[in-house]
Write a protein that binds this ligand. Structure first.
Ligand code: NAP
Length: 258
């Protein structure tokens, strides 16, 4: 490949905030964006977890800082984003990755679990995107990547509220595109299939589910979190400068085949 072709994917000189990046998919995406040249900002609620992730990236020679905040607290989010912009530098790329899972049959799903889930998975995307976009809009450029799910498209028993939240994030991606694309902000989503992380520990530990999943997924296996980085670098870089409002499924073919 020529240097010119690679240059389209180069993130040198860009700063990326990845919410929920102390572990799992968020940490993998932070590493992937940093390897493409970005300075990354690690976020999570737990400060120790965020600092551990930061140390790991520093040991790998990657450029990273930390901004612990809870994406559900609108005032804290706005203060943290304003502080980052003022003292660290502009946020060029936002990855809305923080998310949680709760499982129960819908008829016994508690209101508290419903509210917590919506608060992180949906409200959090709104709060952080709004706070960051208020800085991106005057600059006339920016990249926002929302982490959806195959459950943005497909439901499963016991996780109806999660599916509702991820379906909403897919639609919010299109809404952000409608409001912000003409101001130079490209908003897109990545919809991961099944990746072994803490969030789906219950499934990873269930051999029956694992066997079903490998049979159901055309690629025949679980995903490796590193396999999400190509899509993230593409959507964060100049290579996707006319890609707006799309959801890229990285799922081993799961949503393409019955
Ligand atoms: P994970 O391993 O449980 O990690 C979740 C991350 O989010 C942690 O860093 C956690 O740190 C942070 N977080 C949780 N609540 C937060 C809040 N209120 N404010 C800020 N940070 C918060 O989850 P994961 O599997 O990597 O999932 C990441 C994203 O991918 C989620 O949106 C999930 O829905 C989506 N996804 C995952 C899969 C999969 O197969 N794993 C598939 C499709 C989509 P603290 O707890 O310290 O805050």
């Amino acid at each position: 490949m020529t240097n010119r072709a690679l240059e389209r994917f180069n993130l040198t000189g860009r700063r990326a905030l990845i919410t929920g990046s102390s572990r799992g998919i968020g940490l993998a995406l932070a590493r992937g964006l940093a390897e493409a040249g970005a300075a990354v900002v690690i976020n999570a609620r737990d400060q120790d977890g965020a600092r551990d992730a930061l140390s790991r990236l520093h040991e790998e020679g990657l450029d990273a800082t930390v901004a612990p905040f809870d994406v559900t607290k609108a005032d804290d989010v706005a203060a943290a984003i304003d502080a980052l912009e003022a003292h660290t530098g502009p946020i060029d790329i936002l990855v809305n990755n923080a998310g949680i899972q709760r499982r129960a049959p819908l008829e016994s799903f508690s209101s508290q679990d419903w509210n917590e889930l919506m608060s992180v998975n949906l409200d959090g995307v709104f709060h952080v995107s709004q706070a960051v976009a208020r800085h991106m809009l005057p600059r006339g450029r920016g990249k926002i990547i929302n982490i959806c799910s195959v459950q943005s498209e497909l439901a499963r028993p016991t996780i109806a509220p999660y599916a509702a939240s991820k379906g909403a994030v897919r639609m919010l991606t299109k809404g952000m595109c409608a409001d912000w694309a003409r101001h130079g902000i490209q908003v897109n989503a990545i919809a991961p299939g099944y990746f072994a992380t803490d969030l789906n520990r219950a499934l990873v530990d269930d051999p029956e589910f694992s066997a079903w999943l490998c049979k159901r997924t055309p690629a025949g296996r679980w995903g490796n979190v590193d396999e999400l980085c190509g899509a993230a670098v593409f959507l964060a870089s100049d290579a996707s400068s006319f890609v707006n409002g799309q959801t890229l499924f990285v799922d081993g073919g799961l949503t393409s085949v019955v």
